[in-house]
Write a protein that binds this ligand. Structure first.
Ligand SMILES: *[C@@H]1O[C@H](CO)[C@@H](O)[C@H](O)[C@H]1NC(C)=O
Ligand SMILES: *[C@@H]1O[C@H](CO)[C@@H](O)[C@H](O)[C@H]1NC(C)=O
Ligand SMILES: *[C@@H]1O[C@H](CO)[C@@H](O)[C@H](O)[C@H]1NC(C)=O
Length: 396
């Protein structure tokens, strides 16, 4: 009797639990495998195409850059002299290394509000093994000729004015970037060490990755410990995890969401250029045979100022803002596009102080400057629109 009774109780208990589960079919995010784990630790199920060396420009633009498909190029960086020459001894003895100042980050885990430190390239090389300094700076002029322009980019339309910037990323390893996007295309070549890139396709999962700092196109999610309660969308995302090693290059398409880690003594050089859509590049004007002597020393860099000059980039920027919120009203628009106050009020006490302004990093100032520029352009156009003489640049 007792047994019958107890199994009856257990059974009904189970039925109740079962029904409860059905009713509460809402997911419990704390139970998902990736909760409080590093960004991309679970659900890295997607694979990136890989080839050996640089594809020719036509293949690269038609198959990858224009349709925004990532690509691993094994051993491609080995065509550059840098791959063979760049030892610390070489840097020490390079003429100009003592007088050339470089900007270094001071924390290996990226914090966009951190202090940056200036020092000579020579001093950086002397110190980087024994500290957390991380050189993030354009390739110094006196070693630019060591880096061949990626063969896939050797086209007149690219070299003449579309290259935005090239940066050398140099540390003793263990760096972790924030989750972010760039409004440019990017080829990142590794000359020393290993790197892991976790990437997300913005056209599929853009609305799942909360870029809560739209002014700098990055997320403040902790990349070591992703809290699904704060970032529930990340539980649904499928990631690409890509490991590259010294000698390899990776193409990161325009606006793709990515996060980067480095392992071991590490040097990478990346090159950013303005995104091309179908019709705006003439692929007949590219080198069929790669010119190994076409180096970064031959390139004029336009800087990020030029990126927002095209109508497409402004449209994409606006789409990006709206994507993260679904819709946006006038106030939301102003808040999002300016985002200035939030990035300047670093201790979030609702007040912006002289002290806070003095401590702002270069990269935050760059974001602010870009947003100010957009806003002033927007107000300018808005004013013209009200006076009836507004035209988009390409209608003039
Ligand atoms: C720093 O460490 C790397 C890797 O261990 C080594 O190759 C390099 O020579 C070291 N540089 C200096 C300046 O000690
Ligand atoms: C990529 O590299 C990281 C760091 O060394 C390692 O933990 C991970 O297992 C590697 N992933 C693949 C797919 O090789
Ligand atoms: C600014 O930086 C200085 C020196 O690093 C620090 O002492 C001070 O607390 C910082 N101020 C703010 C408001 O962050």
């Amino acid at each position: 009797m007792f047994f019958l009774y107890s199994s009856y109780v257990v059974q009904s208990f189970c039925v109740v639990i079962f029904l409860l589960k059905l009713c509460l079919s809402e997911r419990i995010l704390e139970n998902e495998a990736g909760h409080l784990k590093p960004f991309g630790a679970t659900n890295s199920v997607l694979d990136v195409e890989r080839i050996s060396g640089f594809p020719n420009p036509r293949t690269f633009f038609e198959k990858y850059a224009i349709p925004k498909r990532p690509l691993i190029m094994r051993d491609a960086a080995k065509v550059s002299r840098a791959f063979h020459l760049w030892t610390d001894e070489y840097f020490y003895s390079a003429e100009g290394s003592k007088s050339h100042k470089v900007s270094t980050e001071t924390m290996k885990k990226e914090d966009r509000n951190q202090q940056t430190k200036e020092m000579s390239f020579f001093d950086f090389v002397l110190k980087y093994n024994d500290s957390d300094i991380y050189m993030v700076n354009p390739v110094p002029e006196f070693i630019r000729d060591d880096v061949t322009v990626p063969c896939s980019l050797q086209c007149e339309d690219v070299i003449d004015g579309k290259i935005v910037e090239s940066v050398m990323w140099f540390s003793s390893g263990g760096t972790k970037s924030v989750v972010h996007t760039d409004s440019v295309d990017n080829i990142n070549c590794l000359y020393r060490g290993d790197k892991t890139f976790v990437m997300v396709d913005p056209d599929i999962y853009g609305d799942k990755v909360d870029m809560d700092h739209p002014e700098g196109a990055y997320s403040s999610v902790d990349v070591d410990r992703v809290d699904y309660n704060k970032y529930p969308g990340l539980a649904d995302v499928e990631y690409y995890t890509i490991n590259i090693t010294a000698g390899d290059c990776l193409f990161i398409p325009y606006k793709w969401i990515h996060q980067v880690r480095s392992y071991g003594s590490n040097i990478a050089v990346n090159i950013w250029w303005n995104h091309f859509k179908n019709k705006d590049i003439n692929l007949d004007l590219c080198n069929h045979q790669c010119n190994l002597d076409m180096t970064l020393g031959n390139v004029e860099f336009g800087g990020f100022e030029q990126v927002m000059e095209t109508l497409d980039s402004i449209k994409d920027h606006m789409n990006g803002l709206v994507l993260s919120k679904k819709e946006i009203d006038y106030e939301g628009f102003i808040t999002a596009i300016v985002g200035l106050f939030v990035s300047m009020d670093t201790n979030s006490d609702g007040k912006m102080t002289k002290d806070e302004l003095q401590n702002l990093s270069e990269s935050v100032w760059t974001d602010i400057w870009r947003n100010m520029r957009e806003l002033s352009d927007f107000l300018d156009d808005f004013d013209k629109m009200r006076h009836g003489d507004f035209r988009f640049k390409d209608e003039l």
